[in-house]
Design a protein around this ligand. Structure first.
Ligand SMILES: *[C@@H]1O[C@H](CO)[C@@H](O)[C@H](O)[C@H]1NC(C)=O
Ligand SMILES: *[C@@H]1O[C@H](CO)[C@@H](O)[C@H](O)[C@H]1NC(C)=O
Ligand SMILES: *[C@@H]1O[C@H](CO)[C@@H](O)[C@H](O)[C@H]1NC(C)=O
Ligand SMILES: *[C@@H]1O[C@H](CO)[C@@H](O)[C@H](O)[C@H]1NC(C)=O
Ligand SMILES: *[C@@H]1O[C@H](CO)[C@@H](O)[C@H](O)[C@H]1NC(C)=O
Length: 497
C-alpha cells in the first residue's frame, strides 16, 4: 500500500507541477477539465481528502480494482507522464477519463515494478549461485593443462602414500566440492596452520566434470608433507555398486521440485504475494539446494569404510588454527561433533532452532521434535564413523527425505540441513564455538577481530568470498590463502580486489 501511495502521489504531484507551470488551461469556472483540477489540487494534494477539491469521481475510479487482463495487450495506455499529459490535453478529457487513464497507467507501472522487483531478487540469487567467469576460466585452463602436461596428471596421492589413506593414525579430513579455487583455499589454510602437516590426509571428493581440473591443480600445487587424495564420486567402489539411495532421492526430489506449487509460472502468477516471497519460492526450485556434493556427507561411512573418525569440511570455510585437537575431543559415544547455532553474542547469526528449519505446523514434525531445540551447523564437523555405523542415521535421513517428497515438500523446503537435523537427532556432541564461526557470508557486521580469533570461519550465506557480492572487509581472510602470482590465478584475472 505504501508503495502504491508513493507512486500515486509521485504521479499526481508531477502532474500538478506540470499543469501549474505550463498554463494551457481553459476557464476557471467549470471544473471538469484537468487544468482546473490541477490548479485547485496543487497546494492541497497532501492534505486530508475531505477538504480537497478533488472531484469524488477521481477517488471512485482510482479505488476500483483493475484486473490484470484489462491491461493485457493494450497499446493505448500511456507509458510516460509526458505521453499521458499530451493525450489528456489533446482530448480535453474530463475528470473521469483522467482518473481512468491515470489508474491504468499507475497499475501498469506497478505491475512492471513488481516484475522488476522479482527479477532483482532472482538476480541476486543467480549472482550467488552461478559460477563466476574467473572460476570457469580456472577450470578450463586446468583441464587443458591436464591434457597437455604430464606433471598435471599425477596420481594423487603417489603409490607409496596410498596406505596412509586408510591408516587411522593420520588425521583424516574430507572435503566435497566442485570449486577448485575454494578447495585450494581450504586445503592451503588447513596445511599452513597445522603444527604437524605430515599427519594430515585430505580426501577431496569432486564430481566427474571437476575431476581433471582438481587433479591438475593439486598435481601442480602439492601441499607436501600433507597427503592429498583427489577422487571423483564415480570412482568410489560404493558408488559403482548398484543402487545408490542418495542419487535416487535426488532424482525424485528434482521431479517433485519442478512441480512444486504448480511450477514456476503459477508462483509468479500470484499477484497478492510479495516479490521477495515469490523470489524465495522460485529459489526453492533451484537445483543449487539439491546438490550431490551437499547430500553426499550422509554416506560418509560407506565412502570411507576403513576410517574411524574424520573431520568433514565445507568448501566455503577458512582454517586458521591447528585442527589436530579435534581428534582429542571425547564425543561421549555421539556421532556428530558440531557447534550449536542458538546461543552466542551475535543474535542475528545465533538464533537458529529446529523451528527455524522445520515446519512445526505439520503433525509429522510437531509430534516428533521440539521446536525450541537448538540447531547445529554443517561446515566443520567431527564425525565418529565407528559410532555412526552402529546407528540408522543414513536410513533415517532417506526415510525423511521420502516423507518430505510424499508431503509435497511441506516438512521443509531448502537444503540438506533440515534432514540432517532430523537424522542426527540425539547423535550430536556440542563442540566449542571457537572451532566454527558462522555467518561470514550473510552477517555484514561480523567483527574482524572475532573472525581473526576463531579457529575456523565459515562464509555460509550468499556472499561467498569468490563472488563480487562478498563483503570486502571479510574477503582478505579468505584471499590471503591465494597466491596471486600463480600463473593460473593471474591468467584468469582472479584478483585480490
Ligand atoms: C497467493 O498468495 C496469497 C498470500 O500468500 C495466498 O493467500 C493465496 O492463496 C495465493 N493464491 C494462489 C492462487 O495461490
Ligand atoms: C535400525 O533399524 C533396524 C530395522 O528398522 C532395527 O531393527 C534396528 O533396531 C535399528 N537400530 C538402531 C540402532 O536403531
Ligand atoms: C506446513 O505444514 C502444514 C500442514 O501440513 C501445511 O499446510 C503448510 O503448507 C506447511 N508450510 C509450508 C511452508 O510448507
Ligand atoms: C549492522 O549494523 C548496522 C549499523 O549498526 C545495523 O543497522 C544493521 O541492522 C546491522 N545488520 C545486522 C544484520 O545485524
Ligand atoms: C606464488 O607463485 C609464484 C609463481 O608460481 C611462486 O614463484 C611463489 O613461490 C609462490 N608463492 C608461494 C608463497 O607459494
Amino acid at each position: 500500500m505504501l508503495f502504491y501511495a508513493l507512486l500515486f502521489f509521485t504521479f499526481l504531484l508531477r502532474f500538478v507541477f506540470v499543469l501549474s507551470t505550463v498554463d494551457t488551461i481553459d476557464g476557471d469556472n467549470k471544473c471538469s477539465t484537468i487544468g482546473c483540477l490541477g490548479k485547485r489540487l496543487g497546494p492541497k494534494i497532501l492534505r486530508r481528502r475531505s477538504d480537497s477539491n478533488v472531484p469524488e469521481v477521481i477517488y471512485k475510479v482510482l479505488q476500483e480494482p483493475i484486473s490484470k487482463d484489462e491491461l493485457q495487450g493494450r497499446s493505448d495506455i500511456p507509458q510516460t507522464l509526458e505521453e499521458f499529459m499530451s493525450e489528456i490535453k489533446e482530448s480535453k478529457s474530463d475528470a473521469k477519463t483522467f482518473a481512468i487513464k491515470l489508474r491504468e497507467m499507475v497499475t501498469l507501472m506497478e505491475q512492471r515494478t513488481r516484475t522488476a522487483k522479482i527479477q532483482e531478487y532472482l538476480y541476486r540469487h543467480v549472482a550467488s549461485s552461478s559460477i563466476p567467469k574467473q572460476l570457469h576460466c580456472l577450470a578450463l585452463r586446468l583441464a587443458n593443462e591436464h591434457s597437455t602436461n604430464a606433471a598435471a596428471r599425477l596420481q594423487l596421492p603417489s603409490a607409496e602414500l596410498v596406505p596412509a589413506l586408510v591408516d587411522n593414525s593420520y588425521f583424516h579430513f574430507v572435503l566435497a566440492s566442485d570449486n577448485v579455487l575454494a578447495t585450494s583455499v581450504v586445503a592451503t589454510s588447513l596445511v599452513k596452520n597445522s603444527l604437524r602437516p605430515e599427519n594430515i590426509v585430505l580426501h577431496i571428493i569432486t564430481d566427474r566434470k571437476t575431476y581433471y581440473p582438481m587433479q591438475a591443480w593439486f598435481s601442480l600445487h602439492p601441499l607436501t608433507p600433507a597427503i592429498i587424495e583427489v577422487k571423483a564420486l564415480h570412482q568410489f567402489d560404493w558408488f559403482s555398486k548398484g543402487k545408490v539411495p542418495v542419487l535416487e532421492a535426488m532424482e525424485k526430489d528434482q521431479q517433485v521440485r519442478s512441480q512444486f506449487r504448480g511450477g514456476s509460472s503459477a508462483i509468479v502468477a500470484n499477484n497478492t504475494e510479495k516479490p521477495i516471497v515469490i523470489a524465495a519460492k522460485l529459489q526453492a526450485l533451484s537445483p543449487k539446494y539439491n546438490s550431490l556434493m551437499n547430500h553426499i556427507r550422509i554416506n560418509l561411512p560407506e565412502l570411507f569404510p576403513s576410517l574411524n573418525k574424520i573431520v568433514f569440511l565445507d568448501d566455503d570455510i577458512v582454517i586458521q588454527t591447528d585442527l589436530s585437537p579435534l581428534w582429542d575431543i571425547d564425543m561421549n559415544g555421539k556421532v556428530n561433533g558440531a557447534v550449536e547455532t542458538c546461543r552466542g553474542g551475535d543474535k542475528f547469526v545465533m538464533s537458529k532452532k529446529f523451528k527455524s528449519y522445520l515446519n512445526f505446523s505439520h503433525p509429522l514434525i510437531s509430534s516428533n521434535f521440539n521446536p525450541d531445540e537448538c540447531a547445529w551447523a554443517y561446515g566443520m564437523n567431527v564425525f565418529d564413523l565407528e559410532a555412526w555405523k552402529k546407528t540408522n542415521i543414513s536410513l533415517t535421513y532417506h526415510y525423511w527425505l521420502e516423507q518430505n517428497l510424499k508431503s509435497d515438500l511441506s516438512l521443509w523446503q531448502l537444503g540438506t540441513l533440515p534432514p540432517g537435523l532430523i537424522a542426527f537427532h540425539g547423535h550430536v556432541h556440542v563442540i566449542d564455538p571457537f572451532w566454527h564461526m558462522l555467518g561470514l557470508g550473510y552477517q555484514e557486521n561480523t567483527s574482524i577481530a572475532d573472525a581473526e580469533s576463531a579457529g575456523v570461519i565459515h562464509f555460509n550465506g550468499r556472499a561467498k568470498p569468490w563472488l563480487d557480492i562478498a563483503f570486502p572487509q571479510l574477503r582478505p581472510l579468505w584471499s590471503k590463502y591465494i597466491n596471486f602470482s600463480d600463473k593460473f590465478i593471474r591468467g584468469c584475472h582472479i584478483r585480490a580486489y
